[in-house]
Design a protein around this ligand. Structure first.
Ligand code: HEC
Ligand code: HEC
Length: 223
């Protein structure tokens, strides 16, 4: 379902009902504007296998990632609760509307739908992740908040990096203390409880990275 196609009737209804119009601005981004605003981002995210230096890992694939997750990630970088100096600088220049527009552009009109196809035999460590990410990393049908990101087809070294950031308690939501996050966010609890060793981290990262999905590098001509 494309939220954009809802924009106008909703605006009309809101006006008739006297509801504030700023609600509509939050509802959906404009993908055409988002493509323009993504201009400075192509230098890293538009180059296949482009690498972050120190530590060395590939920058995440963003094309077709869920819009709600992209907005959340940008807010976390902006707030500094997800620490990465370059992405903090990038996100700091973005308004809330810029984030929505960019996210709408990256996700595209058809969000990735959960599938059940699996490549290979699912390792036992993945069992606990399936409830939110789907066994193959393409997600689940349930409308979860916060929206879990697509993991299928993401770069393996990036997934390892991300998981180790969570294990170290370095990715938290804006306004949350690390203590709140561990208490209130089942993700961190689930991961901390289940991924005990670096070998476990590598096993799940390899699994999700090798599953099929439309997640891709956001090159300028990608759709
Ligand atoms: C100099 C390279 C560089 C540029 C330019 C850049 N990024 Fe990033 N981006 C990265 C790296 C590296 C990461 C992974 C950081 C981490 O480990 O958290 C990242 C992560 C992200 C994520 C999180 C993805 C996920 O799966 O969690 C989003 C969203 C994102 N960038 C969007 C943008 C946008 C939008 C722009 C332009 C306004 C941008 N980036 C510009 C290097 C860059
Ligand atoms: C209760 C739901 C839930 C469970 C269970 C869960 N996750 Fe997540 N996961 C999420 C949500 C929500 C996010 C986004 C959080 C954020 O914004 O940082 C996330 C983010 C991630 C990311 C970051 C991806 C990126 O692009 O940066 C990775 C990697 C990940 N999860 C892997 C796992 C693995 C591996 C497991 C099982 C060991 C797991 N998750 C279990 C909900 C869940």
């Amino acid at each position: 379902m494309h939220l954009g196609s809802f924009g106008r009737p909703w605006l009309l209804v809101s006006l008739l009902a006297g509801v504030t119009v700023s609600l509509v601005a939050h509802a959906a981004g404009d993908p055409a504007l988002g493509k323009k605003k993504f201009y400075t981002c192509y230098g890293c995210h538009g180059v296949p296998n482009y690498r972050n230096a120190y530590p060395d890992y590939r920058v995440p694939k963003l094309r077709h990632q869920h819009a709600a997750y992209i907005v959340a990630a940008l807010q976390e970088y902006q707030a500094g609760t997800r620490s990465h100096p370059t992405m903090h600088a990038q996100a700091s220049s973005l308004s809330e509307q810029d984030m929505q527009d960019i996210a709408a552009y990256l996700q595209g009109p058809e969000p990735i739908q959960p599938t059940t196809t699996m490549v290979g035999r699912m390792p036992p460590q993945v069992q606990v992740c399936a409830a939110c990410h789907g066994a193959n990393g393409t997600g689940v049908a349930a409308p979860l908040v916060p929206k879990p990101p697509i993991l299928a087809g993401q770069h393996e070294d990036y997934l390892i990096q991300a998981l180790n950031e969570y294990r170290a308690g370095r990715r938290i939501h804006p306004g949350m203390s690390p203590e709140d996050y561990v208490r209130e966010n089942p993700i961190m609890m689930g991961m901390a409880a289940s991924l005990k060793t670096e070998a476990d981290v590598r096993t799940v990262a390899h699994w999700f990275a090798t599953q099929r999905s439309p997640l891709a590098t956001a090159t300028a001509d990608s759709r």
